[in-house]
Write a protein that binds this ligand. Structure first.
Ligand code: NAP
Length: 279
């Protein structure tokens, strides 16, 4: 039987309705949640994402300010902007779009005040997350966990495999699964015989950035498959999972687009509103 589709668009829409109510409540208390987005020397695609976020903020009742920085912005100028945003009472959360390689993204994330670090990249917040004592959860991983929960499947005693060990996706997802009491294996580019791991997974999360890396013969029948990958095949967007092939035998599957993506931005907004509550 073909896999059931986990509809990220629909789940994200439902969450956004709740966020709209929360933002309206905060407004009635005299607080307008505020998001600052910092976009530096970004290719057009990233600017497009910033515009999408701006539009979504308007729909949710969130104040949003995008700082489009010129190509010749210096490190000192970026530092100055982040310091200003930390002191700005209208801003409750800061989202820095991927910086060019000459700027150390992780280093600049340390300049964001921990209580405005809605990406959970400040070492203090990362440390608390690692210790299991945290207020905010890294937003990509948080969205993935929501999609898994939406299946309604019990994960007790299940085996999970995460393909990818990045700081942004693979590691936080693995940690959250571990906290749910699930046995987790993390695979990466140096894992020999990847299929030997993936075939045993009741839950497979793939975040490798390699188009159609995972094929049907690598997936256990009935498994939950979460495809985080976003890759371009010509002009088409494809995931890390060979969707139509794997869909034939998996239990649940996320499409690309329309799976993890819509949840990611939504979880950033959710983190923002949670940050407002603790400020
Ligand atoms: P990343 O930092 O490049 O990490 C990729 C990971 O995959 C690395 O750990 C790498 O292993 C591993 N890997 C690469 N090739 C592999 C292979 N052939 N077999 C097994 N593992 C392999 O990427 P990321 O930031 O985690 O993102 C991963 C993908 O998710 C990208 O396509 C990205 O665009 C997408 N993404 C989507 C969203 C969304 O909202 N939908 C959000 C974030 C990211 P090594 O560590 O050994 O190099």
């Amino acid at each position: 039987m073909a896999a059931k589709v986990i509809n990220g668009e629909q789940i994200a829409r439902e969450v956004r309705e709740q966020l709209k109510s929360t933002a309206a409540f905060l407004k009635s208390e005299g607080i307008t949640p505020g998001l600052a987005i910092v976009v530096l020397k970004s290719p057009v695609a990233r600017i497009h994402v910033a515009r999408l976020k701006e539009r979504a903020c308007r729909q949710l009742g969130i104040y949003c300010r995008v700082h489009y920085l010129a190509e010749d912005t210096t490190k000192a100028e970026l530092e100055q902007l982040l310091i200003q945003l930390n002191a700005d009472p209208k801003i409750h959360g800061v989202n820095i779009h991927p910086l060019p390689p000459s700027f150390d993204h992780m280093l600049f994330s340390q300049l964001v005040a921990p209580h405005k670090d809605i990406e959970v990249l400040h070492f203090l917040n990362m440390g608390n997350f690692f210790r299991g004592e945290y207020k905010l959860i890294p937003y990509v991983a948080k969205g993935i966990m929501r999609l898994i929960t939406a299946t309604g499947e019990s994960l007790a005693g299940k085996r999970a495999v995460v393909v990818g060990r990045s700081r942004l996706v693979g590691k936080p997802v693995a940690l959250l699964l571990l906290e749910r009491g699930i046995a987790v294996s993390i695979c990466h580019s140096q894992t020999p015989d990847l299929a030997a791991f993936t075939k045993k997974a009741d839950l497979l999360v793939v975040a490798a950035g390699k188009p159609r890396l995972i094929t049907q013969k690598m997936v256990k029948t009935g498994a939950i498959v979460i495809d985080v990958g976003v890759n371009f095949a010509g002009t088409r967007l494809v995931g890390d999972v060979d969707y139509w092939d794997v869909k034939k035998t998996a239990g649940w599957i996320t499409p690309v687009p329309g799976g993890v993506g819509p949840m990611t931005i939504t979880m950033l907004f959710e983190n923002l509103l949670e940050a407002v509550k603790v400020q």
